[in-house]
Design a binder for this molecule. Sequence first.
Ligand SMILES: C[S@@+](CC[C@H](N)C(=O)[O-])C[C@H]1O[C@@H](n2cnc3c(N)ncnc32)[C@H](O)[C@@H]1O
Length: 216
Amino acid sequence: MVKNRIIETNEGIQNEVTVESFDVFARNMRDRGWNGVDGMIASGIKGGDVLEVGPGPGYVGLELAAKIHPASLTGCEISPAMLRFAEKNAAEYGISARYVQGNCMNMPFEDESFDTVISNGSLHEWEDPIRAFDEIFRVLRAGGRYCITDLRRDVHPLKKMMVYFSTHPKEMRPGLISSLNAAYTSYEITELLRHSNLHNATVAGDFFGLCIAGQK
Ligand SMILES: C[S@@+](CC[C@H](N)C(=O)[O-])C[C@H]1O[C@@H](n2cnc3c(N)ncnc32)[C@H](O)[C@@H]1O
């Protein structure tokens, strides 16, 4: 029996100390190849003008950009502290990404501005996922693709334990659990998508998370 969802935040990750630790954690995930980029590419993401929703310190979009060389990379991030890390990390990659402070409930972009929208690990923090899905649909050009990956609350307890103990730095471990408790099950996400403009999306579960992918 899967426990009910427990909301973690509606304001993103704002605390400076948490942001600094999250940067170390996300860098570590990147170095292990565990940040979902290959799955995003496998889902059919092509490049063009790419938008990353909730980039945090930016490693997912930056790794993707280093692999597929899109025309441009933009990030829409609610937390100013995260934006500063993303800008620093983009400079380290030598990629001229544009990071914009904004809430994905109401993104500061014109309709049909992007060919690709990606997001990893942010969905469980969105106040109203249906509204965010509709925003993703709005900013995508016709034929554009999206891939949204996140944790899955109905993950097997043994996998949860494995990932918990392999999470570094250790101070991120309680955050992993609160994020898992806030995450959706594949069934819940399928239901939410059904009520949004992304109703044609496919939802696939993987080792620890879920992947929502499709085309406008
Ligand atoms: C758990 S972090 C994941 C960061 C990064 N995508 C990664 O995989 O390493 C979630 C990020 O989403 C951001 N976020 C949460 N809600 C948001 C919203 N409504 N609009 C934009 N960004 C949001 C948070 O501030 C945080 O940086």
